[in-house]
Design a protein around this ligand. Structure first.
Ligand SMILES: [Ca+2]
Length: 319
């Protein structure tokens, strides 16, 4: 049976790979893509989502809703220095690629309310839309089956600052609100999980390139700018926190170890804006999330390689 889900995304690089999972895994019933301000310019992200729908051979089949164009209270912070345009310069004819009229937050509220307890959300950008949806509809958190969140570090390094991971840094107020809103939350952190278990090094990337399918070529292209950045900061490969998040929702058998944590997010710190305080159960705080601590990294890579090996023709030629 397929699993109804929405992917809430700031589409660039690994967000594209996560969307491919939502669009192509037979277990996924992707009901909508909702866009949130994050990685790169908002309209650029929307184009990246349509480029990904095209790569998956599903252009026009899944609605794209525009969500919040900026964080709840702060100016937008870009990661264009990391991702470039987020798709390695790919282009296509965008004729007819129009987002839905319905706002992303309204779509999230509606889709969750239509099937209470059935819809899962994969949130792989700043949590602005999710926070706004839970403010708008007090039943939203209860209507969502499980919220998978890529964000924060589990007592480890940040990536945009020493303390903070990008998604929580960009909208810490939203992240804080989401962890207090009563969702069933599963967290996929940056460090140590992503850095240890979701980096594809040179040999893995060569294996993917050797597939030489349109999907593998798309993957290599969208990951190129990030790979260059990663190498400049000492990570010898591409990082895949977002696609890992989507994969774990659909394939929980890839989880090796997880534990209940109390997660809260720093909004007032001078040096620690967006820091995720992940308390592992000895500080007297009630758990509000499950944090993934270890995954089957080889299994995740095999899964993604098999997905990219599939013969899928883009709807329109890429330029
Ligand atoms: Ca993302």
């Amino acid at each position: 049976m397929s699993l109804p889900l929405v992917i809430d995304t700031d589409t660039a690089q690994d967000d594209c790979v996560a969307l491919l999972i939502g669009l192509l895994d037979p277990l996924a019933d992707l009901r909508a893509i909702t866009m949130v301000a994050g990685n790169v310019g908002f309209d650029r992200q929307v184009r990246n989502a349509f480029l990904t729908l095209n790569a998956a051979g599903r252009l026009g089949e899944v609605p794209v809703h525009l969500g919040c164009r900026r964080p709840l209270t702060r100016p937008w912070v870009s990661a264009e220095n990391v991702h470039g345009d987020g798709v390695g310069g790919l282009d296509m004819d965008f004729t007819g690629c129009a987002p839905e009229a319905e706002h992303g937050v309204d779509a999230l509220v509606r889709l969750a309310a239509e099937r209470p307890g059935e819809l899962s959300i994969v949130a792989i950008g700043p949590l602005t839309n999710i926070a706004a949806a839970s403010l708008k509809d007090p039943d939203f958190a209860g209507n969502v089956k499980t919220l998978y969140v890529m964000g924060g570090s589990n007592n480890g390094r940040g990536n945009i600052t020493a303390a903070a991971e990008f998604n929580f840094y960009v909208d810490p107020e939203a992240a804080k609100a989401v962890f207090a809103a009563g969702f069933e939350i599963v967290v996929i952190p940056w460090d140590p999980l992503t850095l240890r278990q979701a980096v594809f090094g040179p040999s893995a990337l060569a294996e993917i390139a050797a597939l030489d399918t349109p999907l593998a070529r798309f993957f290599t292209r969208v990951c190129a700018a990030t790979l260059e950045f990663d190498r400049s900061v000492g990570i010898d490969g591409t990082t895949h926190p977002d696609s890992l998040t989507a994969a774990l929702l659909l394939h929980p058998e890839l989880v090796v170890r997880s534990a209940p944590y109390h997660v809260d997010v720093e909004t007032a710190g001078e040096l620690t804006r967006g820091y995720a305080a992940m308390s592992w159960g000895v500080h007297g705080l009630a758990a509000n999330a499950t944090v993934i601590e270890e995954v089957d990294a080889a299994g995740f890579f095999s899964y993604l390689r098999a997905l990219l090996a599939r013969s899928v023709t883009p709807v329109r030629p890429f330029a």
